[in-house]
Every structure is written in structure tokens, then in C-alpha cells.
Design a protein around this ligand. Structure first.
Ligand code: FUC
Length: 795
């Protein structure tokens, strides 16, 4: 990614991060601004937000819903279930390190870049005949941000280093080379800010000298300067704030300053590239790629620029590596990059889609380690959510609603129409099973099984029988952030997404119990619940119904498409085993329309990939790669992409980046439907390309090359052994010409079990438009763990 001018606003600055600390780099020749973040710097402190009156209101709210008195249900819900005071904390900015230069002359030859393959940002420019260069990276092994400033002639580096930050307590030069800023997180909704931060910049100059004023350091006539930035807080875990931030901050610096710049750069590259280099993606290039990145985004819809797509894809992987590292916090609504003390939606964790979307690329894009912080958060929520289940609803097990934060709150926030969704834990829990399907690690499954079981426990207690069909339903609930048209409130019972989530949760927990040989009696109970969940239904428009009744409106363009959870990320809707539902899902999506907020368009890339319509998915990518003016920060519809390739909801929200990276993968490889599907949704204009190093269920690493829209070569490494069933659109053989076995019957590899759902009832007026499926070849390749297989197009 490169630009020919500095960032004038935040959405033009370039992000670096090591999962714990991060910076946005502006690259201004006169004044370099490094806007700093640390992942545990959140407002408030350990806290809970359950409404203690839940038990008093629950029964009457449920009765109101079954009687159709939605207004009263809403009023009671806001009174008895919604949090009365605390709606979650804010992820807050640490502040800025500013380097002010006294360039009197105009600068020329300006260039700045973010090298995604090295995770290094570089700015160069000339003043007179001297070339200046700044390199910045955030090191995973050394836990500091490293800045190197050089000039083409000795003695040319003179600048002043200073800190500022809205939440600063004090800025002070500790010695002639070390500047320190301490800070305290903000008080919010009457929870006192308790996260203490310590930020230090160590300035190491070669040549020249430094002088100190009380809160600034001046560097004068240096040849080269290295600045090490260390940030630490008193955060230990979501319940504990007892670390000594000053000691931690100093320790990181003390270790780092003993190393040379080149040694630090080397270990940074080794660590970063051990993740990044696992996947390579080539869609070809074109003259458009010679332009600066912002120009390419502006021109994308009018030009042929396939390389912008592959770069955007890899940028998603870059962002996940940089914002989510084992042992740390999961990527929040802005990953780890936030310039404000008061960010949009508090930059917290919205778990009715957004946080889950952040992690869609983790497994399939070969970044399984980056999934770990989310797994840890789910474990923690399963502790904090137990109190919520008991206190609010009198149920066993654990529950989380539509949001959480670093303190792992699990109560209902905002207001009933958005917050009264007791399914956040059910959705997050799917990630645990998903991780097992890719990695096949039974020890991991065993470690998370109690979380799955306890999630089921909650719904065993919480589900109630609805009067018409005697189905078991979740009530009160909402189809995330959407109301049936004409309804005075979103509150209802038995939303489609809730039923789908429970279908997955119970099915997967049963599978896990069987694999781990546990809880036989429970399995029978779970099966009884599964048998009584509402089936998916097809409504009068031929659409998949979003609610228990046929309430969908053809004019509903809400950004959430929650009832298609069953299509993606879940695998309940399949062209092969549930063609009617498949068709109804497509009808629903067509009614919903294309253009929406950033993340919604990203979700639709995944949907159209699952619907095997590559051209429609490709169209959504183009919609998403529409340039949004960087100053547009206010909430509004019509999302796109900022000049720095950050997804624009607007405002900036990182889920759209991750969601689109996931969607592009789904266009090229899927593994949910009983087989590894090669190029299931290749658009016409991606005629030639290759993608290497993706992961599929069952522990397979898959690389694919194609030409003239036809698969040319597939390379499969088997990590677990077992049958590898492949679905390909053209005929293939093993390299060397040996025929592949044509597959039949059920895939013997247990990781590929297909999902069977009940066939829907279809209303008389509903019209289906069945898809003519592309004919595909199905092959079985028995594999041995550790072996690699090459398969080529049959000539
Ligand atoms: C949900 C969405 C919004 C936004 C917010 C963070 O409330 O409906 O569009 O993404 O989360």
C-alpha cells in the first residue's frame, strides 16, 4: 500500500500493531504523529451490568409476546431486563508521540507505504538534496514499537519529541533519552476509570546530542535515531488490575534497547512472516496497480485492477495478525486501532455479528493462532455469563447478550429492541467447534467442551413452548436489530437465527460429547430439544422467513441478514441437501439488496459465495471497494473503504475487512458441504490465478491454481490423514496420470459430516426458482497424515 502524500486525517494513516500495542502513522514531514493504542486500555474497571429484577419481569414479558402485546413487552423488558446503568466500557486511545521537525524548505519526492509482507511502514521525502527516511514496525517478540529515522547525510536529524493524550496524567522526561507519559482510563457510566497506563519513548541517537525540557526531548543534528516505544498497563485479566505498569513498561524497554535495530527487525520479520507467509494469493496484475492505493480505490469500479482485490485480501490477514495475538485481547470493533477516548459504539465487542465476523478468516486463512484470544474471551464469558443466567433469568449455564467489553459484561445493554438478544454466547460458541473441525485437536475440544455444555444448559432451562406448534423457542428475543414490518417493537419469540444457532449449538455439543465419550444421558436430552426446535420456514414471497411468522417485508433492506446465518457462517442451508431452503435464502438476499454498511456488504460476499454466484460476490467486493471520503466519520449507510483500506461502516469498523477476506476465501474454497469444494464461486473476470496455503476441514492445507476459469492444479497436504473428498467443476487426475476415484455415498471422513435439517413447509403462494446447479466431479482421495498430493486437470 503506498501514497504520494501524508495522511491529513486518521482514515488515511497507516496501521501497525503486534496484537497488544499499535500505532497509526501519519507520515507528515513536518510533524510525525504516531497515534498509540494498548489493547487493555479501557474505561472503567472490573464490573457487571445485570439487571437484578429480571426474574420479576420475565414471565409477564413472555405472556405479552405470546398475546401479541409487543408494546407492553418492550416497556417491561426495558424495565426488568435491560441494564439500568452500565452499557459497557470504551476502548480508549493512549495518546500520540509527536516528532516535530523544523523543515523550513518545501519537501519533494514524498512517498509513504505499508509493506504488508514485512509489516513495516516507511516514509521518505527530500528536503533540498537530503533524503529523509522513517521506518516503523511493531514487534511481536520484542513488545515495542520501533522507529528508525535516517537521512542521506550525517548530522541532519533535528526534531523535538513530545507526548500528548487526553487521558494523560503526566508527561515527563525521565532522563536525556527517555520521555514518559502516564495515563488513567476514563470514568464512564459511573464506573471510575481504573486502568493505569505507562508509555515511554526511548530515544537512541547516533551522532548529535539531545537536550531536555521538562516534558520534551530535543534531538539535535543526529545522524540516525532509533526510538523504542513501550506501553504497559496495570491490567492482568478481566477481574484483576494489579500489575505494575511502570515496571512492565520499563522492562520491555530494558530488554529491547540491548538489541541492535537490525536484530530487532530480523526477529520481527521472522515472527510476522511465520503467520503471513502461509497464504499467497495471485489474481494477476494490470497497469492500474501502478497508481497510489487511494487512487486505485477511487477508480476500482471503472478499472480492471484484480491486484487491489488480492491486496485487500492480504490486508485482512495482516490486520488479524497485527490485532489478535495469543495471550492478548481479541480484535474489537476497530481491531486495536482507535484514535479517540469516545469511539463509535465504544469500540467494544458487538457479538450479534461483528466480533464473530472478525474471526471468520482465522481458520481458513491459516491464522489459527490468531483465533486464540477469541477462544479465551469465550471461556471468560462462560464464567461471567453464569451469574447473568442465574441472576436475570434463574437459569443454569451461561448466557451473553448482544455486546461485551474487556470486563466481560454479559447483561442487556442499550435498549430492549437491540440488546434483548440472549444468543451472543450461542453464536460465539460455534467458533469452538469450527476450530476443532479445521485442526482436529481433541485436547482442544476437551478444553472447551465445558463451555459448550454450559451454553446448552442455559437454553435447556430458558427455552419455552410456544402455543401454536408447541415448538421450543427463545423468548424474549429479537432478530438482531430488525423489527418485523409494522411491529411496534423488535421483541418476539422464536426468531429464525435463534433456532438456527440452537440447532448448531446442540448438534455440535452432541458430536463433541460423543467424540469425548462423555455425558451419554445428556445427549438424549439434547436430542429431544433438537427435535422440538422450529424448522426453517419458507414464506409467501418464497423467502426464508426471518421470524416464526411470515412477517418479512419485500422492502426490508436492513443491514443485518440474521436469518441467513444458516447459509453463512453456518452450513444448514445447502444446494445439495436442502435445495428449497437454498433457493429461499437467495430470494431473501435479493430482497435485502446489495449496498449497505461496510460489514453488511462483506457478509453478502460470503452469502453469494455460498450461493455459488461468483459474479454477484465479485459485484459486492466492488461495492465494498468504493472510496469513502476519509473525513466521513459519522454513522451512515452506504459503506465502502477509506483511503487506508480500512472498512467504512461508516465510521471505520474492522469487521468489514475481515468479513471480505473471509468471503473471498469462500469464493475459492469451501469445505462445509460434505466435500472440499474447489473454486465454488469463481467470477468470470478472475480468469487466471492461484491461492496457496488455505485450510479446509479435516486438517487439509489446500493450494489451487486456475486458468481460463478452470482448475489446473490442486496441491493438498494432509495433516490428519483420512479421506479427502473433492468437488471440482472439471475433470482431474492425480499428477502422473493415475485416475482419481469417483466418489459416492457419504464421505467417510468424519470432519465432513453433512448437516441435515428438516425440509420446510412451503406456503401455497410461495414461488421457488430452483437453481440449476453446475455439474461437478466428486472424487475421493484417501490420504496419509504428513503427505502432500498433487492433482492436475485431465487433458
Ligand atoms: C450493530 C450494527 C451496527 C454497528 C454496530 C457496531 O449494532 O447494527 O451497524 O455495526 O453493531
Amino acid at each position: 500500500m503506498w501514497y504520494d502524500k501524508p495522511a491529513s486525517v486518521w482514515n488515511e494513516a497507516l496501521p501497525i500493531g503486534n496484537g497488544r500495542i499499535a500505532a497509526m502513522i501519519f507520515g507528515n514531514p513536518d510533524k510525525e504523529q504516531l497515534q498509540l493504542n494498548e489493547s487493555s486500555f479501557w474505561s472503567g474497571g472490573p464490573s457487571r451490568n445485570d439487571n437484578p429484577d429480571g426474574a420479576k419481569g420475565l414471565d409477564s414479558i413472555r405472556t405479552c409476546i405470546f398475546n401479541g402485546d409487543y408494546i407492553k413487552a418492550n416497556i417491561l423488558s426495558n424495565k426488568y431486563l435491560t441494564a439500568q446503568k452500565m452499557h459497557g466500557s470504551k476502548f480508549q486511545v493512549i495518546g500520540n508521540l509527536n516528532l516535530t521537525f523544523n523543515n523550513n524548505e518545501k519537501c519533494t519526492d514524498y512517498y509513504r507505504e505499508l509493506d504488508l509482507e514485512r509489516a513495516v511502514s516507511t516514509t521518505t521525502y527530500k528536503v533540498g538534496n537530503i533524503t529523509y527516511k522513517r521506518e516503523v514496525f511493531a514487534s511481536i517478540p520484542d513488545q515495542v514499537i520501533v522507529v528508525r529515522l535516517t537521512a542521506s547525510k550525517p548530522g541532519q536529524l533535528s526534531f523535538t519529541a513530545s507526548f500528548d493524550g487526553e487521558l494523560q496524567k503526566r508527561v515527563k522526561a525521565l532522563d536525556a533519552h527517555t520521555l514518559e507519559m502516564t495515563g488513567l482510563s476514563g470514568t464512564h457510566e459511573s464506573v471510575t476509570g481504573q486502568v493505569k497506563s505507562d508509555t515511554r519513548a526511548k530515544i537512541i541517537n547516533s551522532g548529535g546530542y539531545t537536550t531536555v525540557s521538562s516534558d520534551e526531548i530535543n534531538v539535535i543534528k543526529a545522524d540516525e535515531v532509533i526510538i523504542l516505544i513501550s506501553i504497559a498497563t496495570n491490567f492482568v485479566d478481566y477481574k484483576t488490575l494489579t500489575a505494575n505498569e511502570e515496571e512492565k513498561c520499563a522492562r520491555y524497554l530494558a530488554v529491547a534497547e540491548k538489541k541492535s535495530y537490525s536484530a530487532m527487525l530480523k526477529s520481527h520479520l521472522v515472527a510476522f512472516q511465520s503467520f503471513f507467509n502461509r497464504v499467497s494469493f495471485d489474481l494477476g496484475t494490470s497497469p492500474a496497480a501502478k497508481q497510489p492505493t487511494d487512487v486505485r480505490i477511487r477508480n476500482f469500479s471503472k478499472s480492471y485492477d484484480p491486484e487491489l482485490v488480492s491486496m485487500y485480501y492480504q490486508f485482512g490477514r495482516y490486520l488479524l495478525i497485527s490485532s489478535s495475538q495469543p495471550g492478548g485481547q481479541p480484535a474489537n470493533l476497530q481491531g486495536i486501532w482507535n484514535g479517540s477516548v469516545n469511539p463509535a459504539w465504544d469500540s467494544k465487542y458487538t457479538i450479534n455479528i461483528n466480533t464473530e465476523m472478525n474471526y471468520w478468516p482465522a481458520e481458513k486463512c491459516n491464522l489459527t493462532e490468531m483465533h486464540e484470544p477469541l477462544v479465551q474471551m469465550i471461556k471468560e464469558l462462560s464464567e461471567s455469563g453464569k451469574e447473568t443466567a442465574k441472576g436475570m433469568y434463574g437459569c443454569d449455564g451461561w448466557v451473553a447478550h448482544h455486546n461485551t467489553d474487556i470486563w466481560r459484561i454479559t447483561g442487556v445493554i442499550d435498549f430492549a429492541d437491540a440488546g434483548q438478544w440472549p444468543m451472543g454466547g450461542a453464536w460465539l460458541s460455534q467458533h469452538l467447534w469450527e476450530k476443532y473441525l479445521y485442526g482436529g485437536d481433541l485436547k482442544f475440544l476437551e478444553s472447551v467442551y465445558p463451555v459448550l455444555k454450559s451454553a446448552c444448559k442455559f437454553y435447556q432451562d430458558f427455552l419455552i413452548e410456544e402455543p401454536t406448534h408447541k415448538w421450543l423457542v427463545v423468548s424474549p428475543s429479537v432478530s438482531p436489530e430488525n423489527s418485523p414490518s409494522g411491529h411496534p417493537s423488535a421483541l418476539v419469540a422464536g426468531c429464525t437465527i435463534d433456532n438456527q444457532l440452537l440447532f448448531d449449538l446442540f448438534t455440535k455439543t452432541i458430536k463433541a460429547a460423543k467424540l469425548l465419550k462423555k455425558d451419554e444421558a445428556l445427549i438424549a436430552d439434547y436430542q429431544k430439544i433438537l427435535d422440538r426446535l422450529p424448522p426453517m420456514q419458507i414464506g409467501r414471497l418464497g423467502q426464508l422467513e426471518e421470524w416464526l411468522e411470515d412477517w418479512d417485508s419485500p422492502n426490508d433492506h436492513n443491514r443485518h441478514v440474521s436469518h441467513l446465518y444458516g447459509l453463512y457462517p453456518s452450513s444448514q442451508i445447502s444446494p445439495y441437501s436442502s435445495p428449497k431452503l437454498f433457493d429461499a435464502a437467495r430470494t431473501s438476499l435479493n430482497y435485502r439488496g446489495d449496498v449497505s454498511t461496510g460489514w453488511s456488504m462483506a457478509w453478502k460476499v460470503n452469502f453469494w459465495a455460498r450461493l455459488q454466484d461468483g459474479n454477484h460476490a465479485r459485484k459486492l467486493i466492488a461495492d465494498q471497494l468504493t472510496l469513502v471520503e476519509p473525513k466521513k466519520n459519522a454513522y451512515m449507510g452506504g459503506g465502502g473503504t477509506y483511503p487506508n483500506l480500512f472498512d467504512a461502516h461508516p465510521p471505520f469498523q474492522i469487521d468489514g475487512n475481515f468479513g471480505c477476506t473471509s468471503g473471498i476465501t469462500e469464493m475459492l474454497l469451501q469445505s462445509h458441504d460434505g466435500a472440499i469444494d474447489i473454486l465454488p464461486a469463481l467470477p468470470d473476470d478472475w480468469r487466471k490465478g492461484s491461492i496457496c496455503g488455505l485450510r479446509a476441514y479435516g486438517g487439509f492445507d489446500v493450494s489451487i491454481a486456475w486458468e481460463n476459469n478452470q482448475v489446473q492444479m490442486i496441491v493438498i497436504r494432509s495433516n490428519l490423514g483420512g479421506n479427502c473428498r473433492l468437488r471440482v467443476s472439471n475433470e482431474m487426475t492425480l499428477s502422473g496420470g493415475k485416475a482419481l476415484k469417483v466418489a459416492s455415498g457419504v464421505n467417510s471422513n468424519p470432519f465432513f459430516e453433512t448437516v441435515t435439517v428438516k425440509e420446510p413447509l412451503i406456503s401455497v403462494s410461495a414461488k421457488l426458482n430452483p437453481v440449476i446447479m453446475k455439474s461437478t466431479c466428486l472424487y475421493d482421495l484417501p490420504t496419509v497424515a504428513g503427505k502432500t498430493y498433487t492433482i492436475v486437470c485431465r487433458k
